[in-house]
Design a protein around this ligand. Structure first.
Ligand code: SLL
Length: 137
C-alpha cells in the first residue's frame, strides 16, 4: 500500500486489492449481469458483499492468501441460474525478477500486480429475450 494506506486500515493489512468482473475489453456487462456477490475470507466484517450495479468490483485492504467466492447473477428476464467460482488472492511482497528469479537492478517493488482470468460463459438454449441481448453485444 505504501502511502495510500487508508487511516482506518488495520496495521497487519499489507495490501490494497480490487476484485472485478468485466468484459474482455473492460466493457460494462450490466445488460447481462444483475449483480455479483463476492464472499470474502471470514475475517472480514460483513464478508458477503453484493455489488448490484456496474462496475462489478470491490476494493479492500488485507494480508495473506485466501479464496474469494464470486457468484454472478444474470438479469431476471434471462431466467438463468447464477454461476459461482473462486479466485485465489495472494497478497505478498512481489518483486521484479527475471525468469531465473534474479532480482532486476531497476526493479524494486512493483506497485501493482494483476492476476486476471479470461473465461467464456456458454448459454445453452437461452430464451428469446436473453438471446437478443446476447447477440446485440
Ligand atoms: C493466511 N489463511 O494466513 C490466510 C488468512 C486472512 C486475511 C488470511 C482481512 C481481515 C483481517 C484479511 O486480509 N484476512 O483483518 O484479518 O494467509
Amino acid at each position: 500500500m505504501g502511502e495510500v494506506k487508508p487511516p482506518n486500515a488495520p496495521v497487519e493489512h499489507s495490501h490494497m486489492w480490487t476484485i472485478f468482473v468485466r468484459g474482455p475489453n473492460g466493457e460494462d456487462l450490466s445488460d447481462i449481469i444483475k449483480s455479483v456477490v463476492f464472499k470474502l475470507h471470514e475475517t472480514y466484517p460483513n464478508p458477503t458483499r453484493a455489488v448490484e450495479a456496474p462496475p462489478f468490483e470491490l476494493t479492500e485492504t488485507g494480508w495473506g492468501e485466501f479464496e474469494i467466492n464470486i457468484k454472478i447473477h444474470f438479469i431476471e428476464s434471462a431466467n438463468e441460474k447464477p454461476i459461482s467460482f473462486y479466485h485465489h488472492l495472494r497478497l505478498h511482497e512481489y518483486q521484479n525478477q527475471n525468469s531465473n528469479g534474479v532480482k532486476l537492478e531497476n526493479g524494486g517493488n512493483s506497485p501493482e500486480v494483476e492476476s486476471v482470468f479470461y473465461d467464456e460463459i456458454v448459454f445453452n438454449e437461452p430464451n428469446e429475450e436473453f438471446f437478443k441481448v446476447l447477440i446485440a453485444k
